[in-house]
Design a protein around this ligand. Sequence first.
Ligand code: CP
Length: 306
Amino acid sequence: MRHLMNPLDFSVEELDRLLDLANDIEANPAKYAHACAGKKLATLFYEPSTRTRLSFEAAMLNLGGSVLGFSSADSSSAAKGESVSDTIRVISGYADICAMRHPKEGAPLVASLKSSIPVINAGDGGHQHPTQTLTDLLTIRSEKGRLHDFTIGLCGDLKFGRTVHSLIQALIRYPNIRFVLISPEELRLPDNIRDDVLVKNNQQFQEMVRLEDALPELDLLYMTRVQKERFFNEEDYIRMKDFYILDKEKMKLAGPNMLILHPLPRVNEISVEIDDDPRAVYFKQAQYGVYVRMALILTLLEVEVC
Ligand code: CP
């Protein structure tokens, strides 16, 4: 039995197979419509979510399976003090696979140690968000045709942004990726990612504060939200929240083929006037999330469709 805690839990070859499967699901949805008939997915979400929870649920329903779960800690027995270890032991008897989001780093890993069903980390605190990374890789590969030889700008909250941490770890395994890290001083990439992942692996990277300086050289721009829920101090959040706003004027500095990705939700960091720009692929990216989660469920449940 396999779990997914970190994008590195899959080798590059396994990831290629997963992304190929996701592309086939997109092209031939009817072929997979009953692949998980009789199987159940539990979504255990201790933190708010729209895309991750609902795309997991859509994925299992598209595969002919069923879903159960809770969407907040308050509506579960966590509110009475139940541990994730006890919860997963119980859920293991109710479902065949589980996706868990939790504000505490490592909570899905703790659950996986007591689980008798595959556990998928659907986001743990500021740590990792591996299924967002699978979504991002599928989006980049489908829209750019490759996962190598590009310059990617990562902009916004690089300190608490778990999507950024997971994506960097996944991308360093592909050749000739250059990272441009664009953030205010206070929201720089944490040392453990910069030193232990980028420096240690001899990756090309540069840190910048001004988005305008980075835009002309980027093949991909990955925008992120400044996350109110990760700040201890409201004043700091208010000072940072509108630090970056990508608008039509700034987009004049970007190349004609530069794609804009965003894990969403967005707040103010991308102006709605950009949404119709053909370079904006963030809503398409959310749709890719369903195909890749379908592929992940099939892979972890070891369901083969001929
Ligand atoms: N991208 C993402 O994780 O979105 P949600 O928080 O809505 O799940």
